[in-house]
Write a new protein. Structure first.
Length: 132
């Protein structure tokens, strides 16, 4: 059984907890064992937490979950680009998959609830498929 970690942002904690429930269920369905769940303040901290996890020999892959919501400025858009780029670089550096289940950037509040479970599940499935 492959072992994975999940990194979540606590900035949208209630929504992230919903994503985590779906991710746990999907991991079980895909024969993945979640051996670590790490909460960080927000999306900008996810790459560092992921790197620390991917350095471990007992972690085969990871999933990043959270939300980068549209704000009044372009801060979220810029942050989203930087975070996504850093996560892709980590996959290539460690040759371990990271399922990207971060809603946004620029997602509107009303777009969040119907996407929480689907994004979380899709991120776990992506990790599972890349571990084969």
């Amino acid at each position: 059984m492959k072992k994975i970690a999940i990194v979540l942002g606590s900035f949208h904690k209630k929504e992230a907890e919903q994503m985590l429930i779906a991710a746990r269920d999907e991991a079980t369905k895909n024969d993945l064992q979640i051996i670590e769940e790490v909460w960080v303040p927000g999306s900008i901290e996810k790459p560092l937490a992921l790197k620390r996890l991917l350095m471990r020999d007992d972690i085969d892959g990871a999933v990043a979950l959270g939300i980068i919501e549209r704000g009044e400025t372009k801060h979220g858009l810029v942050m989203g680009h930087v975070v996504y780029y850093a996560i892709i670089k980590l996959q290539l550096e460690f040759m371990k998959p990271i399922g990207l289940g971060i809603l946004g950037p620029e997602i509107l509040p009303e777009q969040i609830p119907p996407r929480l479970e689907g994004y979380a599940r899709a991120a776990v499935v992506a990790t599972a498929k890349m571990l084969v």
